[in-house]
Design a protein around this ligand. Structure first.
Ligand code: TYM
Length: 336
């Protein structure tokens, strides 16, 4: 297990164990974590405390927390190099969140689009945690003084709050927190539903054909792409507004193959209908996801190995988080 060094910059990111991970999570975040982990001190957590802002079944939450940690490793996160841990194992996140909560205006939380969306979809459980969620996310980031936060586009507004809170604290007391920058990919920052390409692909979508999960079989992947909603017209051109379905699939094809949009347009110029394109996208995704799925099954089967990684990860993360929290408590006037 590597020591976190002080001369390299830090990245932190996390995912909620509130459902299966899909190709959107890889496209928007996970593949960048893998890419950046060699250059940065890297911390990746499974944010179980965020997940309970929406009702969760305990057994499922427990299983998914481990699934997601295993998926990080399966997708290429090296636990020898990066710190992989579970949020609730590091109580300093919540402790810092309380301090930041006392510095956040109600209006700042009320205007978060994710809060508005989730309040609509969970109308029977609009809890205070759902409201203050972005403050806990800010604490996740600031407690490690992360420089960079690799996420998908939907997290941009939350990152903005984290930046504001860092600046506010620094201004009020004295320089304490690094102001974090988001790292959002140009392609893949927002992968859309395969069934409604104007809507984000999401863990909580009940329509199983809308998302490609990382545990899908080869045939499931092929079939979902075959059934994906396309647009009127038949040529393969990138235009998010006029051709959201095809553009989304071009993004997926780019992720799986590395080919540019210009190359993809060229490759399918003059083919009739969407079928050959869809077949190529399906096969490319099968080739991309299969090794992740196979590695996931191996990692997940070794429960002791996974536990060891998560416990060592939590210890390393805590050592670092404790230092920041101590500094914060001292600055705000808590007695040591
Ligand atoms: P979550 O669990 O919803 O998603 C995990 C990551 O995947 C990205 N993502 C997507 N990217 C592209 N297309 C999609 N369709 C798609 N769906 C999800 C998300 O942007 C995210 O990067 N609040 C966060 C979790 C969090 C966090 C943090 C992230 C808590 N604390 C601290 C970074 C730093 C969330 O709900 O992500």
């Amino acid at each position: 297990m590597s020591e976190l060094s002080t001369d390299r910059k830090t990245i932190l990111s996390g995912m909620q164990p509130s459902g299966e991970l899909g190709i959107g999570h890889v496209a928007g975040a996970l593949r960048n974590w893998v890419k950046l982990q060699n250059e940065y001190d890297s911390l990746f957590c499974v944010v179980d405390q965020h997940a309970i802002t929406v009702r969760q079944e305990p057994a499922k939450l427990r299983k998914r927390t481990l699934d997601i940690a295993a998926m990080y490793i399966a997708a290429g996160i090296d636990p020898e190099q990066s710190v992989v841990f579970v949020q609730s194992h590091v109580p300093e996140h919540v402790q810092l969140a309380w301090v930041l909560t006392c510095m956040t205006g109600m209006g700042e939380c009320a205007r978060m689009t994710q809060f508005k969306d989730k309040s609509e979809s969970n109308a029977d459980n609009i809890n205070v945690g759902l409201f203050t969620y972005p403050i806990l996310m800010a604490a996740d980031i600031l407690v490690y003084n992360a420089d960079l936060v690799p996420v998908g586009q939907d997290q941009k507004q939350h990152l903005e709050l984290a930046r504001n809170l860092a600046e506010r604290f620094n201004h009020h007391y004295s320089q304490t927190f690094t102001v974090p920058e988001p790292y959002i990919p140009e392609v893949g920052g927002k992968i859309m539903s395969l069934q409604e390409p104007t809507k984000k692909m999401s863990k909580s979508d009940p329509n199983q054909n809308a998302s490609i999960w990382l545990i899908d079989t080869d045939d499931q992947i092929r079939n979902k792409i075959k059934r994906a909603v396309t647009d009127s017209g038949s040529d393969i051109v990138y235009n998010e507004e006029l051709r959201p379905g095809v553009s989304n699939m071009m993004s997926l094809y780019h992720i799986a193959t590395g080919k540019s949009f210009a190359d993809i347009e060229q490759e399918f110029a003059g083919t009739s209908g969407y079928a050959p394109f869809k077949e190529a996208v399906g096969e490319a995704l099968v080739g991309y996801i299969r090794p992740i799925r196979e590695r996931f099954l191996e990692v997940r089967a070794d429960k002791d190995g996974l536990d060891k990684i998560l416990h060592a990860g939590a210890e390393q993360a805590r050592a670092r988080a404790r230092k920041t929290l101590r500094k914060v408590h001292k600055k705000i006037g808590f007695v040591e």
